[in-house]
Write a protein that binds this ligand. Structure first.
Ligand code: 3BD
Length: 327
């Protein structure tokens, strides 16, 4: 095949493979069997092998990792990554909501989100291309883990629109991947990870990106920096915009305009916790309208317009402790 034909065929294959990958890893809704994807992927690899100068940064072949880093460089978050205040009972939550309603005088909507138990990351895109990704670190200084994040198929290498934005989200390891990884480590006499959050953190801190690529990590994006740049005026709108741009957004977010609805959401997902494919450690409740964020602002460490409602630790863990006590 001539280079010219190979170039256009590779562009076709990249586009098709990116669409199928987005359906599978971002929308959890594949339209073709794995075998169909694999065949097209093999054709792409073969053509890239024949014409190495035609390999592009956003080719699916760049997801497998390859470089072994000497270390992670530090990055400063231009806008600090805040922490979250947390409450441990419905009464405390009601007090937080009452204070917030008091401060704003007008009743308003809250956006309720599952609190994914992973680790916070920040992703930067320039004209729609993924250029940098980092850990939260201490909120001010994080580590540059761009190379490792590029191996996560749920992170788009290019967006649906050529926008220059920063977004933040949670990187996590699905429960079944965590169990499989620990089984493998046990078989190899290696120490197992205590929980999926530690497994995700350990996988992202790998200096060998090939290892990260094999860890089946995923992400949920929940925060759009400078939303006014995209004409977005609320958290629920921001999540819809993030999904439109091609980001994986947790579908279970819900608007609530009163305490009862918030409490029902908390009870519903506390009950459903065991069925989810990933671990959650609570619910995040945020004032939906960004005008409220401006009105009440943040303390040094946490926003005044959002709170984390933490679930009590899993019953099964406390049962084990009780047994130890009786013995
Ligand atoms: C943008 C704000 C600050 C309101 C915010 N902050 C979050 N977090 C901050 C504290 N974080 C943190 N991490 C380590 C140490 C201290 N704080 C970890 C992320 C959120 C985490 C989740 C989630 N996990 O699913 C979520 N749906 N929304 C969040 N929203």
């Amino acid at each position: 095949m001539e280079e010219k034909q190979a170039k256009s065929r590779l562009a076709e294959l990249r586009k098709q493979l990116m669409t199928w990958s987005q359906e599978y890893y971002v929308n959890d809704n594949p339209s073709v069997e794995d075998a169909v994807y694999d065949q097209a992927y093999r054709e792409l690899l073969m053509l890239e092998q024949q014409f190495p100068n035609l390999v592009t940064a956003d080719s699916p072949s760049q997801r497998v990792g390859g470089q072994v880093l000497a270390g992670f460089t530090k990055v400063e978050h231009e806008i600090p990554m805040l922490s979250l205040g947390d409450v441990f009972s419905k009464e405390e939550l009601a007090a937080f909501i009452d204070r917030l309603n008091e401060a704003t005088k007008a009743p308003f909507a809250y956006n309720c989100e599952l609190k994914i138990d992973g680790l916070a990351i920040s992703l930067t895109y320039e004209n729609g291309v993924f250029v940098k990704g980092s850990t939260r670190g201490n909120g001010i200084i994080g580590e540059d883990i761009t190379a490792n994040l590029k191996t996560i198929k749920a992170i788009p290498l290019t967006l649906k629109e050529p926008v220059s934005i920063e977004v933040r989200g949670e990187c996590y390891m699905p429960k079944d991947s965590f169990l499989a990884l620990n089984k493998e480590r046990e078989a190899q006499g290696q120490a197992v990870f205590a929980n999926p959050r530690n497994a995700a953190a350990g996988s992202l801190r790998q200096l060998d990106t090939k290892i990260t690529a094999k860890r089946n990590l995923s992400v949920f994006i929940y925060y759009l920096m400078e939303p006014e740049k995209l004409g977005v005026t609320s958290q629920s709108q921001a999540l819809a915009k993030l999904a439109e741009l091609g980001f994986k957004v947790n579908p279970d977010f819900r608007l609530a305009t009163d305490m009862e609805t918030i409490n029902n959401y908390i009870d519903e997902f506390h009950a459903k916790r065991g069925e989810l494919a990933y671990e959650i450690d609570g619910i995040v409740i945020k004032a939906d309208d960004f005008k409220v964020h401006e009105l009440v602002g943040n303390t040094v460490k946490v926003p005044r317009w959002a709170i984390a409602y933490k679930f009590p630790p899993d019953e099964k863990e406390t049962v084990i402790h009780q047994i130890e006590w009786t013995v």
